[in-house]
Design a protein around this ligand. Structure first.
Ligand code: PA5
Length: 441
């Protein structure tokens, strides 16, 4: 088993035998709903088996070739997208490479994410950062009509044309969109201009799409092992294909059931995703979108929040320890040090740190995790711990699938459609009306 769910820091809050039996039944029913396609949104389950099939597709080979071409033609790749068309790629880039990827890359393009804001200064800052460097654009939008990426694409496309002229600009634009000419203006433009186009599968919503071309093209451009990423997800799909006789046999279903238990039985309203690795901060953003959009509807759902420890122990730590008892934590940890960096010995011991001399940073961080988990547990904030052996492409692929399936199962356990997001439309309607969109006046 690649991922372990550890429940030792839960302070007597786990379900009793009878509750476990009920949760087992609920999880098995949600499993049948998901696997048999009998639930709401059943047309959006394409991600369930995608990772094992995609590597054999023609599109995958084209995607790898396109990544190679981008690497040879650009020093910077501008990735335009929002929500599910943005967060997954950035989360994987930072989790597998580094949050400092752009500074430490070797021979691969810098990757800048835009189209996830309407901030003028954000555009201007990226503009300045690009300067006169060679760049390419990957615009990602399933609908092809989302305002934020559409405006950013118009802006950076005109910058490409100004720099290279029409023909060369067209060779530097890569589109990832739904292949429905009726709905995607982006798809229609790509056809007309000859931009290379990749598909957002029709049966996959944005937040479940990171392991399709949506995430894989930018991730491959960064030189990350996308074969391993997909293999990790495919292995997780096989491992979690059946619920198992008892919940603890299947970490994914066990996790979904425990979330439900904390929400419905223990009065918890917030799930706090925590990691002790700053390069996982963006993964926390991806997790929040996945669960927030999937569960938060019809008055239901845990509020998904995220923190990076130990950093946030010095900001939110006080609240977590002693504030309203509405939280439980899901803590992601990794086994084994990556670099074995150790604290040195200092003559004179002026900073009084020689008690740490010879200890690796991994050991110090691990002690911080264990100490925090014990403190939070005794303060009434149970910790579910997810432990992965390594922070690499294979295990991050596994983790992505783990969360996607747990999220779909959680949604069906709650009785909501985990694949739609009707609430996102409200702000859009108001905004389009204010801005004079012809379809809204
Ligand atoms: O998960 C989702 O479906 C959403 O977050 C979308 O990804 C987001 O709204 C962007 O949509 P689009 O890809 O159509 O531009």
């Amino acid at each position: 088993m690649s991922l372990r769910l550890i429940t030792k820091y839960t302070g007597g809050t786990l379900p009793g035998a009878e509750e476990y039996a009920e949760l087992n039944e609920l999880a098995a029913a949600a499993h049948n709903t998901l696997e048999n396609g009998t639930g709401a949104g059943s047309g959006m389950r394409g991600w369930l088996r995608f990772a094992s099939r995609y590597p054999d597709s023609g599109e995958y080979k084209q995607l790898l070739a396109a990544a190679e071409r981008i690497r040879s033609q650009a020093d910077a790749l501008v990735v335009v997208g929002i929500g599910g068309s943005y967060l997954g790629a950035r989360a994987v880039l930072e989790a597998v490479a580094s949050r400092y990827y752009n500074e430490i890359r070797r021979g691969t393009p810098a990757i800048y994410f835009t189209g996830n804001t309407l901030s003028e200064s954000d555009y201007a800052e990226l503009d300045a950062l690009l300067g006169d460097r060679d760049f390419a654009v990957n615009v990602i939008s399933k609908s092809g009509t989302t305002l934020e990426p559409a405006v950013a694409f118009r802006y950076f496309k005109s910058r490409l044309i100004a720099k290279y002229g029409d023909a060369e600009a067209n060779r530097r634009i890569y589109v990832t969109t739904g292949a429905s000419p009726a709905s995607s203006t982006l798809y229609q433009q790509a056809l007309a201009k000859g931009w290379q186009c990749f598909a957002v599968p029709e049966d996959m919503g944005g937040r479940y799409s990171v392991l399709s071309a949506v995430g894989l093209l930018p991730i491959a451009c960064a030189g990350i092992d996308v074969d391993a990423l997909l293999r990790g997800a495919a292995d997780a799909a096989a491992a979690y294909a059946a619920p198992g006789a008892r919940l603890p046999d299947n970490a994914c279903y066990h996790y979904a059931a425990l979330r439900y238990h904390y929400y419905k039985t223990k009065g918890k309203a917030v799930e706090l995703f925590a990691s002790y690795e700053p390069s996982l901060t963006l993964f926390g953003e991806w997790y929040k979108q996945l669960f927030g959009e999937s569960e938060g509807k019809e008055g239901e759902g845990l509020f998904p929040a995220s923190v990076t420890f130990t950093t946030d122990l010095h900001s939110l730590g006080q609240y977590i320890q002693e504030g309203r008892r509405l939280l439980f934590e899901t803590v992601l940890t990794f086994g084994g040090p990556a670099n074995a960096l150790a604290v040195g010995e200092e003559p004179g011991n002026g900073d009084r740190l020689n008690y740490l001399a010879g200890k690796t940073l991994y050991q110090v961080n691990r002690a911080a995790f264990q100490a925090t988990a014990m403190a939070h547990e005794s303060g009434g904030c149970p910790n579910l711990v997810l432990e992965l052996p390594k922070r690499d492409a294979y295990h991050i692929g596994w983790l992505i699938y783990f969360f996607e399936k747990a999220c779909a199962i959680s949604g069906y356990m709650l009785g909501v459609n985990p694949f739609d997001q009707p609430g996102v439309e409200s702000y859009k309607t108001n905004m389009f009306t204010m801005l004079g969109h012809p379809d809204y006046i």
